[in-house]
Design a protein around this ligand. Structure first.
Ligand SMILES: C[S@@+](CC[C@H](N)C(=O)[O-])C[C@H]1O[C@@H](n2cnc3c(N)ncnc32)[C@H](O)[C@@H]1O
Length: 282
């Protein structure tokens, strides 16, 4: 195990170091949000990803960049349209989205980044190194598994203005949850967003229908080893996932396809493995 990376309840946190470094490498973040653990992990995974790429398969980086850019584009569209004035980015890790969006929209957008307490602390320290932030940008401790009480999504949302359209983002989280936990989380998110003038939920999702390709099998194995646990894909297809989102309490839902979305960038077969959920209330 790489020293300094945790095991236990937040064993998936190492992946936040990895993705944090991927965002830095690809101009989607600032060096202050990268970590030495992230740099080590990028180096450790390089040979496996080079092999997958050489076999014409997906690279993890291609998949990650597609999902990050699509979520950026969809969130940006809703902020620009005036539908969203508050964001809770749950499981934010070392992503720079909160920093980038707050810098761009300043006082017009309240942005709460949230993660398990240890990661939230690390994020707060990293952001402090980037200098003063707009008043509406902050980092909070959160455990998405909690229904209520301190550190729950419900408690975080209670601090926001119900008259303002609100988005909840989860990026890179659902892969580590089984179907039942994903559905429980979606019910929790829909109930929280119901309190606001309008609600938007954005998240990446890997459909269970994909993954039969042998190269993708190697890729999934590498990913599972990397996070020291099983990685999950969910539900049969787009229609099935959208129906379950509505069953969980959203008014409507659609899935964006990483293979065709204009923001995905294209080029890497990893992009086709990803879908981005857009689920709305009102
Ligand atoms: C793969 S990382 C993704 C980080 C970031 N969203 C990104 O895309 O770069 C997964 C994140 O989920 C967080 N996480 C895991 N379990 C959580 C929980 N129960 N509540 C809140 N965050 C959690 C981890 O700490 C980690 O930062």
């Amino acid at each position: 195990m790489i020293p300094g990376l945790r095991s236990g309840p937040d064993a998936i946190s190492p992946t936040a170091h990895y993705t944090g470094q991927v965002w830095v490498r690809n101009g989607l973040s600032a060096p202050e949000l990268g970590t030495w653990q992230g740099r080590l992990l990028v180096d450790a995974l390089r040979p496996t990803m080079a092999l997958s790429r050489a076999l014409g398969g997906p690279s993890l980086e291609g998949l990650l960049i597609a999902r990050h850019r699509i979520i950026d584009a969809e969130l940006e569209r809703s902020v620009e349209a005036g539908e969203v004035g508050q964001v809770i980015e749950a499981a934010c890790g070392m992503s720079a989205r909160g920093w980038r969006f707050s810098a761009r929209w300043g006082g017009r957008l309240a942005y709460v980044e949230a993660d398990l307490p240890a990661m939230a602390r690390r994020k707060r320290e990293a952001l402090a190194r980037l200098g003063p932030r707009p008043a509406g940008h902050r980092v909070a401790g959160l455990d998405v598994r909690r229904d209520s009480g301190p550190g729950s999504l419900a408690a975080l949302a209670a601090e926001l203005d119900p008259a303002v359209g609100t988005a909840i983002v989860t990026e890179g989280l659902l892969t580590y949850l089984g179907d039942a936990d994903v559905l429980a989380l979606w019910r929790r998110i829909a109930a929280v967003l119901r309190r606001f003038e309008a609600g938007l939920y954005l998240s990446d999702l890997r459909l269970a229908g994909t993954g039969a390709d042998p190269v993708e099998g190697i890729f999934n194995l590498a990913l599972s080893g990397f996070v020291r646990g099983r990685v999950h894909s969910h539900f049969r297809d787009e229609e099935d996932a959208a129906r379950r989102l509505v069953d969980a309490g959203f008014d409507r839902a659609r899935l964006h396809d990483g293979g065709t979305h204009p923001a995905a960038g294209g080029g890497d077969p990893g992009a086709v493995l990803i879908r981005v959920v857009e689920a709305r209330l009102r």
